[in-house]
Each structure stands twice: as structure tokens, then as C-alpha cells.
Design a binder for this molecule. Structure first.
Ligand SMILES: Cc1cc2nc3c(=O)[nH]c(=O)nc-3n(C[C@H](O)[C@H](O)[C@H](O)COP(=O)(O)OP(=O)(O)OC[C@H]3O[C@@H](n4cnc5c(N)ncnc54)[C@H](O)[C@@H]3O)c2cc1C
Length: 304
């Protein structure tokens, strides 16, 4: 999985399936459900930390089969495997405003729906009108954006075994030049404030409202901390970068140390934003349930 994640970390998957089109994605999911084979959906792998032991499950990639992108007026219908930046750039070219925030967020539309990805004060909740989902119980159906219960870096997709197949977004007419300028500003800001060029998975912890994880981590002097080839970025304290041969174990070591020290100094428990994929710490077998819910597995208690 190291070849399929932006962290460049992770042992092997039992099987990696890359279906060709929507019907095939649905057929594969139904078959896996019927056979009770554990599975995991992978977008672009930019928000996951995969266990060094790998994933004892079938990984289903949306990258090839869910790439359709259509625009009619101010409405966009896009497959969940479409890159978010592609949606943002298409909107810019067509003079549609609303997706500027997404221009520098890596990953797919599906991953962005699950995470309610956002930046610069906007997030997916602001543009999603409906989502076509596959539900292991009810099959394929369309839900309203509100039913996805988007909140800061979370959604109902984290609580329910739903797979996002495509989404309808509503944008507004705007001036392409202004949209482009805003996007350029956002890109420049990111280049100034985040480590670019070294493998990472974006923000490791969620911001504990009203504070910022990066500020709290910097305050404990963690910038530059190292475990193996993993390092707390000297550029942005809420990023952990992989200098080459980092293992998931190294990243978890840093996350634990950060969490414990921040808790000790402030009483604040940082919650992981990056999603842990793999067996539980106690060696539990991976099932879709614990793959799905194991957000920050082993990181529930602030220390230990
Ligand atoms: C350099 C960098 C900067 C980043 N900056 C930001 C930022 O500014 N704001 C932000 O919000 N995030 C940011 N991220 C995190 C990440 O890019 C987003 O969370 C992105 O939306 C994840 O998309 P993905 O396709 O890579 O998802 P993945 O990492 O592949 O998956 C993430 C989770 O979503 C699930 N998933 C993926 N697709 C589907 C689907 N179709 N249906 C159901 N579940 C699915 C996966 O199972 C997994 O649990 C950054 C990451 C990096 C590396």
C-alpha cells in the first residue's frame, strides 16, 4: 500500500481491485458483501495511514471507475474517483465559483465527502446538494447533502458503511479571472506554510475548536521530533513527513508522544484526522467494521 498512499507507508493489501466503471464498482461491492469478505475503499490515499502489516482485506479503488465529470449550468455531477482539483479547475474554466477552496486539496471527491474536506473557511458541505451512495443494506440510492451530516472533518460516511459513488454540487456564476486569482493565492499560501515535496498525509490531528492543533504542537516544541524516518515537519507542526523509509509504527510513535504532551500541558485531547487502516493494536483481525471505525486505532487514550 506504500505505493498507493501519499505517506508512502503501508504493508500489502490482500487484494487491490480497480473496477472500470460504476456498474462494476457496484457489482464488486455487492459480491464482497455477499461473500462477507472485508473491504476498504481507497480514493487517492492522501488521508490514510496504513499499517506496516498491511490490510487483511480487499482494497477497492475508485480511481478508474468513478471518473465521470459533467457540468450543466451551475450544477456539477462528478464521480467520487474524480480528483478534487480537477473539479475545481473545471469550475474555474467555466466561470463557476464555490470550489476555489479545493484547488490545493489533494485526493478524490469521494475522500473529500467522507472527510468534509475543506480549507480557507469553506468545505464540501457548502457545495454538495446530493450524493449517490451504495449502502450494503439498501443498495444504490441518492441522499440529500443534509443527510450526509457534514461537520468539521467528519460526516455520516464515517459512521455508516456507505460508499459514495458520485455527487451533485451546486456552484454559482462568477468571474473566471477572480476565481483564478483566489486559487493562485490559496496555492501560494500552501507553498509558504506547508511542507511540499516530502511524503505526508496533510494534517495529522483535527483542530480542537477554537484552537489549532499546529499551534498546540508547536508550543510543546515538537517541530523536528523524529522517530525512525518520520519527522514532525519543521515547516508545519501538524504535518508528519516521511524522509524515505518511515513505517506506520514511527508515525504512531510521534502521534502518541504529541498527544500525551499536549494533553499533559493543556488537558486537550487531540483527535487524529488521518485515518488508520489496518488491524487493531491488540492483533484483532481486520474486518470492515474495525477498518471503518479504527480512526486512530490505539490512540483513544491520550497517553499510553
Ligand atoms: C499535502 C496534503 C494537504 C492536505 N490538505 C488538506 C486540506 O487543506 N483540507 C483537508 O480537508 N484535507 C487535506 N488533506 C487531506 C486529504 O487530502 C483529504 O482528506 C482528501 O479529501 C482525502 O481524499 P482521498 O481520495 O485521498 O481519500 P483517501 O485517503 O483515499 O481516503 C480517506 C477516507 O475516505 C474513505 N473513502 C475514500 N473514498 C471513498 C468513497 N468513495 N466512499 C466512501 N469512503 C471513501 C476511505 O476509506 C478513507 O477512510 C491534505 C492531504 C495532503 C497529503
Amino acid at each position: 500500500m506504500a505505493r498507493h498512499t501519499s505517506f508512502r507507508i503501508g504493508g500489502p493489501a490482500a487484494v487491490l481491485l480497480v473496477p472500470d466503471h460504476l456498474e462494476q464498482v457496484v457489482a464488486v461491492l455487492q459480491w464482497l458483501r455477499d461473500q462477507t469478505i472485508p473491504y476498504f475503499i481507497l480514493g487517492q490515499g492522501t488521508n490514510v495511514l496504513v499499517s506496516d502489516q498491511g490490510v487483511d482485506a480487499v482494497v477497492v479503488s475508485t480511481a478508474r471507475g468513478l471518473r465521470q465529470l459533467e457540468v450543466a449550468g451551475d450544477r456539477v455531477r462528478a464521480g467520487s474517483g474524480v480528483l478534487l482539483t480537477r473539479v475545481a479547475r473545471r469550475a474555474e474554466r467555466l466561470g463557476l465559483t464555490g470550489m476555489e477552496f479545493a484547488v490545493s486539496i489533494p485526493g478524490t471527491l469521494g475522500g473529500a465527502l467522507v472527510m468534509n474536506a475543506g480549507a480557507h473557511g469553506a468545505s464540501m458541505v457548502d457545495v454538495v446538494s446530493s450524493v449517490l451512495v451504495w449502502d450494503p443494506v439498501g443498495g444504490v440510492r441518492r441522499i440529500k447533502g443534509t443527510e450526509a451530516e457534514f461537520q468539521y472533518r467528519q460526516s455520516r460516511f464515517m459512521k455508516q458503511p456507505w460508499i459514495a459513488l458520485e455527487a451533485d454540487l451546486i456552484l454559482s456564476p462568477g468571474d473566471p479571472a477572480e476565481i483564478g486569482d483566489k486559487m493562485a493565492q490559496y496555492m501560494a499560501h500552501r507553498k509558504r506554510t506547508q511542507p511540499v515535496g516530502e511524503p505526508n498525509a496533510g494534517s495529522v490531528f483535527k483542530n480542537p475548536y477554537p484552537d489549532y492543533a499546529g499551534r498546540l504542537i508547536e508550543a510543546i516544541g515538537a517541530k523536528g521530533w523524529r522517530a525512525g524516518d518520520a519527522q514532525v515537519s519543521p515547516v508545519h507542526a501538524n504535518f508528519i513527513v516521511n524522509h524515505g523509509l518511515a513505517r506506520a509504527h514511527d508515525v504512531l510513535t510521534l502521534m502518541r508522544r504529541i498527544r500525551c504532551e499536549v494533553y499533559g500541558r493543556t488537558g486537550i485531547v487531540l483527535r487524529p484526522e488521518v485515518r488508520w487502516i489496518g488491524p487493531g493494536e491488540g492483533g484483532a483481525t481486520a474486518t470492515w467494521e474495525n477498518l471503518w471505525y479504527a480512526e486512530g486505532e490505539g490512540l483513544r487514550a491520550p497517553c499510553g
